[in-house]
Design a protein around this ligand. Structure first.
Ligand SMILES: Nc1ncnc2c1ncn2[C@@H]1O[C@H](COP(=O)(O)OP(=O)(O)O)[C@@H](O)[C@H]1O
Ligand SMILES: N[C@@H](CCC(=O)OP(=O)(O)O)C(=O)O
Length: 282
């Protein structure tokens, strides 16, 4: 359903929330310079949600972008080993920034570097689940990124495999989150890529990922984003299959998370049909 349809408030009632933030929201467009205001606001909002008693997991991209900034590179390296090396430089700095920002609000963070196959191996699945449970019980905010030096699929974005978008859906599945909030540099999912098609319309609600929806997905917006809309739709597909919900919204100002949790019709809600129908949104 595109905007202009029913714009009722959403009933999200989320206690356990996964928030994914993309490189495009952490860096200024097409530079490797940090958007410090966005990061500071993100730390503020997530800390405040913790104070409200919510359980919060952050999935953050940005290792390659931050590493490029640190190494003074203005073009993303092309080879996988070079991307892996840059990611490992950037990941340390990225975590350092989060550590500093969250400490400001008295919150502890934990680094979790995962690969997307965690669900495939029962023992890994159990271990990762247990680690999340412990961290959440300890009131810590886990900060997840894909383990870039180990997992090459994401970095080789010529392949059809996933990335942090899908990893965030995998984490949401694993810990049975009530909601996945995906923050990007765009207001939601449109009927076409708004960067190349100015008349594309925003979808308010999507209940299934069919061929017409996939057709509307284009590539990344900035030179640092990886998957574009395709990987976000793959993530949404996982979420819908697991009867969970996801909101895709603009992370320019992370305070939008408050609007999302208040049920305001911002961004695009991906939710199973039965949920949407029950809420009278269809
Ligand atoms: N149908 C679509 N609706 C919205 N954005 C789209 C669509 N198709 C392609 N895009 C592009 O996807 C980009 C977001 O993906 P990406 O650059 O990978 O960001 P991130 O770093 O947040 O993961 C947008 O800036 C936009 O240019
Ligand atoms: N793991 C890599 C790439 C992550 C990724 O998926 O990027 P994005 O499309 O900005 O979410 C990094 O941290 O740079």
């Amino acid at each position: 359903m595109k905007n202009g349809g029913n714009m009722n408030k959403r009933d999200l009632k989320a206690k356990r929330i996964v928030i994914k933030i993309g490189t495009s929201s952490l860096l200024y467009p097409n530079t490797s310079r940090l958007n410090l205001r966005a990061i500071e606001r993100l730390a503020f909002v997530l800390s405040d949600l913790k104070n409200q008693g919510k359980e919060v997991v952050l999935v953050s991209s940005g290792a390659i972008g931050v590493g490029m900034g640190r190494l003074g590179l203005n073009r993303r390296p092309e080879t996988i080993p070079a991307q892996q090396a840059v990611a490992s430089v950037g990941q340390g700095e990225l975590l350092g920034i989060y550590e500093r920002e969250f400490q400001h609000y008295g919150k502890s963070v934990a680094q979790m570097l995962l690969t997307r196959d965690v669900l495939v191996y029962p023992q890994s699945k159990k271990n990762v689940f247990n680690a999340f449970q412990e961290l959440l019980q300890m009131n810590v905010i886990p900060i997840v990124n894909e383990n870039d030096t180990v997992s090459v699929d994401e970095l080789d974005h010529k392949t059809k495999f996933g990335d942090n978008d899908q990893l965030s859906a995998i984490v949401a599945n694993l810990i049975d989150a009530d909601l996945l909030i995906m923050l990007s540099d765009i207001d939601g999912f449109y009927s076409g890529n708004p960067m190349s098609n100015p008349s594309a319309e925003l979808y308010h609600t999507v209940t299934s990922i069919d061929a017409s929806i996939i057709q509307a997905a284009g590539g990344r917006g900035t030179k640092f984003g990886t998957g574009g809309m395709v990987t976000k739709l793959k993530a949404a597909k996982r979420i819908l299959k697991n009867h969970q919900q996801m909101v895709l919204a603009n992370g320019k100002n992370p305070r939008i998370i408050y609007n999302i949790l208040a049920g305001e019709p911002v961004g695009t809600l991906f939710a199973p049909k039965e949920v949407v129908t029950k809420e009278g949104l269809a």
